[in-house]
Design a protein around this ligand. Structure first.
Ligand SMILES: [Zn+2]
Length: 490
């Protein structure tokens, strides 16, 4: 039996007890990337949050999880950047063709593969996904939803595009369930074509957009009217989640920036067309700031994962940093915070190595169950990772690995194995044997130091220890002398 999971639901704005609709199986949908460039680290926070959630549901909650993340490969941006002559087309994508559809496919496949590579580096396992559907694989179903919405009177056609009638919908249900919308500013009958827009410009939004010259399109005849074109971005998610998970499902995740208009429009479309709201729980993660500010190219604080890896940063340090902050708080990503995360991660890793080294038959017995309750209890409570890690570090500080009994060390290793199936940033194995040779000068310094110690000249001994350190080694004193080891990160 797992722990009772609690989650903050953006729909009710409350922390609620979680239980799946279907016994033991959690159906979860995460808004995935729009594959028009390399994902930046702000996007990555959102995907890591979803990964954390699905892992906590499995490991802490004891559920099976059917996790779906979509790939948006048709929208305003992918069309713009794959167009003939676009400066965003890279030489490694090959030659552009005269067929806009072929260009779109080549362009988005390039970035889809890059995305899969990136998330795997961040410790997300592709095998954890039930499905990663591409929007272009569901066009007929999308056309079907457009038809349903129009037939029920909540959509209308203008020049081959189809719009959602917000005023009509408001007579039937609330528009703005996740996000407060000021209807004073709403101009009835005004329409917006863009996939992304601010709440200031909200109006009737496009379900389906008429074909424009030079753009990829699908044939579509709606109630006798020729509507060749392509789906709006919001429509895509409404369709894929229903096709793959069924409605309603349990959890829908995404960044807070998706609440409006994306998720608001998703709710309206699904309910208007299918008669059901998509999900029970809406879970949103907060923004990532970089060096205290919103990421922007002009501020020079805009990073893709690849930018950071080029700087030699370990992607698992990024994962650990992002998971260490609570998902509902803004996370300020700085290079200092990254190096603190690295140290904290290393501290746990060394503790695990030390547990494998433990041969202490007379050490103290530990209640591993109690430790697990305190850590997993926090994770079960709306993914309180900062509190969970605080309990963990408290424990580490109070129970050096070489002081616990060998039997407890074994149990602790099992606990770390479980914990790592959530965090996925440690190696649960003995300390790797490093092959090294000790330079003669280091050997000599160590001998001198031993003599200094014998003569009780501890000041000199300390100086010599520092000199040895400068050469990249450390001396560890033993009963009958010393051993020399390479310096390791602590
Ligand atoms: Zn979506």
């Amino acid at each position: 039996m797992g722990y009772q999971i609690y989650l903050f639901n953006s729909l009710t704005r409350k922390i609620e007890k979680f239980a799946p609709l279907e016994d033991k199986i959690v159906r979860m949908y995460s808004c995935g990337p729009t594959v028009y460039n390399f994902a930046h680290i702000g996007n990555m926070r959102s995907f890591l949050f979803a990964d954390l959630l699905q892992r906590v549901l499995k490991v802490v909650g004891g559920y099976k999880v059917r996790w779906v993340m979509n790939i948006t490969n048709i929208d305003d941006k992918t069309i713009r950047d794959s167009a003939i002559g676009s400066p965003a087309w890279l030489p490694e994508m090959g030659k552009q063709s005269n067929d806009p559809m072929k260009n779109l496919t080549k362009f988005t496949e390039f970035y889809r593969k890059a995305f899969l590579e990136d998330i795997q580096k961040l410790g997300i396992n592709l095998k954890d996904f039930y499905k990663m559907p591409k929007a272009t694989d569901y066009i007929p179903q999308m056309q079907e939803l457009v038809r349903r919405i129009v037939d029920k009177g909540f959509g209308y056609i203008v020049n081959g595009s189809v719009y959602f009638d917000v005023s009509k919908w408001r007579q039937y249900d609330i528009y703005g369930k996740l996000y407060h919308i000021d209807f004073e500013k709403f101009k009835e009958g005004s329409r917006i074509d863009a996939d992304s827009y601010d709440k200031e410009e909200f109006s009737d939004f496009a379900l389906w957009k008429a074909r424009k010259e030079g753009e990829p399109y699908w044939q579509f005849t709606l109630n006798g009217v020729k509507c060749d074109g392509r789906p709006g971005w919001h429509l895509e998610c409404s369709v894929m989640e229903r096709e793959i998970l069924g409605l309603p499902f349990d959890i829908h995740t995404g960044g807070v920036d998706l609440k409006f208009p994306h998720h608001e429009d998703e709710i309206a479309q699904s309910k208007a067309g299918y008669g059901v709201e998509p999900t029970v729980f809406w879970c949103h993660n907060e923004f990532l700031l970089v060096e205290g500010k919103k990421m922007s190219k002009s501020l020079g604080n805009f990073f893709t994962l690849r930018d950071l890896l080029e700087k030699g940063i370990d992607p698992l340090d990024i994962r650990f940093l992002m998971l260490s902050a609570h998902y509902s708080t803004q996370l300020n990503f700085t290079f200092d915070s990254l190096s603190s995360a690295r140290k904290a991660r290393q501290r746990v890793q060394n503790y695990i190595y030390d547990l494998f080294d433990n041969q202490n038959l007379k050490g103290k017995e530990i209640s591993v169950e109690q430790l697990k309750d305190s850590v997993f209890g926090e994770l079960a409570n709306d993914l309180q990772t900062p509190k969970a890690l605080a309990h963990l570090f408290d424990f580490l500080n109070n129970n050096p690995a070489d002081e616990v009994a060998k039997s407890s060390a074994k149990e602790l290793i099992k606990f770390f194995e479980e914990l790592n199936s959530i965090f996925n940033v440690w190696k649960i194995e003995p300390r790797p044997k490093v092959e090294f040779t000790i330079p003669e000068e280091v050997q000599e310094l160590a001998e001198k130091r031993l003599n200094a110690r014998k003569q009780k000249n501890f000041a000199l001994a300390d100086q010599l220890r520092e000199k040895i350190k400068e050469k990249g080694f450390q001396v560890v004193d033993t009963k009958d002398g010393y051993i020399i080891k390479p310096l390791t990160e602590e």
